[in-house]
Write a protein that binds this ligand. Sequence first.
Ligand code: PRP
Length: 207
Amino acid sequence: MDVLAVDHPLVKARLTVMRDARTDNATFRAALHELTVMLVYEAMRTAPVRTERLHTPVARTEGYWLANPPLLVPVLRAGLGMADQAHKLIPDAQMGFVGLARDEETLKPTPYMESLPETLAGRPVFVLDPMLATGGSMEYTIRLLTGRGATDVTAICALAAPEGIEHLEKSGLPVRLVTASIDERLNDSGFIVPGLGDAGDRQYGAV
Ligand code: PRP
């Protein structure tokens, strides 16, 4: 599996704000928004472009358009905090939604929402979720996508645990990962260490 851990001082600085336990909900959301812009920017580096000649007020030149904008799929709740920023960078993108809650005991994802286009053949998909912990939620989401014909999936995660990366690698699913950090490990409760806590709770409050 292709893994890109974006190594950039601005990425590290935003992630630090998110990691800091003193950061309030509003500041956490703002840092995640800014981090998302940087991760999506990197994830789009290899996106295909269509070219066409155009006139500037001065001369003729080559113009560039996205040839095949990705479908954006935030995984609720936490992924919602990445959706708007990704959409601002790629205004032509269509958006689908998946809702999953991880069972605190079993750590297995429980689905509660799915709103996706019927067929995804030939369409790149960006899954937006701040956390890749055990990888169960991401695997579940990617299986929904491949079940509709997707063969080109990018997982965009603020943080990833080595266990989650290994899980996705073993699954054999067609996915690459773009993340701001590969952390040390998962603890016994399935939290990423050092991590940032629960990205849903830190944005929206505990449920
Ligand atoms: C978190 C996170 C991922 C998932 C990661 O969501 O946003 O979706 O857990 O864990 P995994 O890799 O072990 O599956 P959570 O289920 O806490 O729901 P929330 O987004 O509503 O807070």
